[in-house]
Design a binder for this molecule. Sequence first.
Ligand SMILES: [Cu+2]
Length: 214
Amino acid sequence: MYSFNRRRMPFSLMFLSAASAGATGVAVQVQDAAGNPLADTVVYVEAETAPAAAKASANGQIEQKGLKFMPLVTVVQTGSKVFFPNNDKVRHHIYSFSAAHKFDQKLYSGESAAPQVFDKAGTVVLGCNIHDKMLAYVKIVDTPYFAKTDATGAARIALPAGGKYVVKAWHYNTAGGATPEQVLTVKAGDAPSTATFKLPMKPAAPADASSSPN
Ligand SMILES: [Cu+2]
């Protein structure tokens, strides 16, 4: 009985290695309403039916440097840790009032801030009590399949073949705050599918959103 169960395991592993090799997946392109590429958009894929997935083990890091959080946008899977190294000479006092994860890290310097565990899907807005202009976003998603668009508005997510997926896009400055989604079926042996999103932005975008160094 034992050896029978063990022999079944390589099937799921086979699907996972196909995903990491990038054999199938989705190429996502995100634009604003005028057709300009949108960087810093979180794109993520939820499985309706798919082979079992391994949890993304990557933890996150949001540095403080030059009185800014870097990067501006971070995406992690639920249950991930995020570290907050302070590389400024001044101390910061960082906090979140967001329902997905409230915390208050009082004045600290260097590496002394406790890492935060984000165990609930949602959006967390970070601020600093000392420096009002400091702002960052953490998007917590309940899936190991996620990415962030680059300066050309592009992102690519590898997926196990043979599943049916919902692709979603989230940008912190979307008018109305909605998360548009598209349904996608990836069959075994398929070339990467594509998904294009057009997200209407609020008129007053932060001036540094597109020139963020990360
Ligand atoms: Cu600060």
